[in-house]
Ligand binder design. Structure first.
Ligand SMILES: [Mg+2]
Length: 279
């Protein structure tokens, strides 16, 4: 199979989504450990890209290592990291109100950003929405009415509207739970506004951060993920090869219906070894 007249053996970098691709919950998906080890042993560069902003990059690296896939924080890119990097460049002085969990607040602060304290530190605290320059919406399992109302009041007064990711639901063992997309939709609905910036996949911001870290042009990279509208779309828009794995959010029928089609549909990651290494 050819793309831009290059064969798959020209692939030098493989970009892996995490949830539903490499692992589900606390277990590596079948063949993931062996496949990633084989790609690395063949000299391929590997990087992990997650839309999940729940933990710092180091925590995802530790989880991968625990599951048998040794990784460092530098080999992990999260939507929280990409958003922090972006806002540090474009809006370094804005006061941000974040619908997110504590590690995301810490991630954004690590980029030098001015993040208003989590309301849960003081349940009686009332934040003056006029002091909020930007609202960040993320995956937040502690979301409550106070947070939603604070974001709403700030957005009504013209605060910027950012999000780490726009996934509607997050795969968990046994099903899905609401993700940032649900909160974005609620705020868009009640304010009549549209989110200005979504950092995670499929955004070009995440693609750029990924390619920069790999140090490779897109046509030498393969994006591997379980979700068509984020993983596969980002890979296609960035000019990477794409492979959808059927271990998470997408079915074969959905993958086959996608236009343009992903370059590959695999049942598990071991098939990638054959694809990339030509074995
Ligand atoms: Mg996924």
């Amino acid at each position: 199979m050819k793309k831009n007249n290059r064969s798959f053996t020209s692939i030098q970098g493989v970009v892996f989504d995490l949830d539903g691709t490499v692992y589900l919950g606390e277990a590596a998906l079948p063949t993931a450990v062996e496949a990633i080890a084989a790609l690395r042993a063949a000299g391929k560069r590997v990087i992990f890209v997650s839309n999940k902003p729940l933990n710092p990059r180091r925590a995802y690296a530790e989880k991968l290592t625990r599951l048998g896939i040794p990784a460092t924080a530098d080999e992990v890119i999260t939507s929280g990291y990409v958003l922090g990097r972006r806002l540090a460049r474009t809006a370094p002085h804005q006061r941000l109100f974040v619908i997110g969990e504590a590690p995301l607040l810490a991630e954004l602060r690590s980029h030098g950003l001015d993040v208003i304290d989590d309301l849960h530190q003081d349940p009686m605290q009332v934040i003056d929405p006029s002091g909020i320059d930007g609202v960040v919406v993320a995956f937040d399992r502690t979301l409550d009415y106070k947070k939603l109302n604070t974001a709403y009041q700030a957005l009504r007064r013209g605060a910027h509207f950012y999000a780490t990711n726009a996934d509607k639901a997050c795969p968990m063992p046994g099903g899905f739970i609401p993700d940032a997309g649900a909160t974005i939709a609620a705020l868009e609905h009640i304010t009549g506004r549209k989110v200005e910036l979504v950092a995670g996949k499929p955004s070009s911001l995440t693609a750029e951060a990924t390619l920069e870290r790999l140090g490779l042009p897109p046509e030498r990279c393969l994006m591997v993920g379980d979700r068509l509208e984020t993983d596969i779309r980002m890979g296609q828009q960035a000019g990477m090869w794409t492979a959808v794995t059927l271990t998470g959010a997408s079915t074969r029928e959905e993958a086959e219906r996608l236009k343009p089609a992903p370059d590959f549909i695999v049942d598990a990651l071991d098939e990638l070894v054959e694809i990339v290494l030509g074995k």
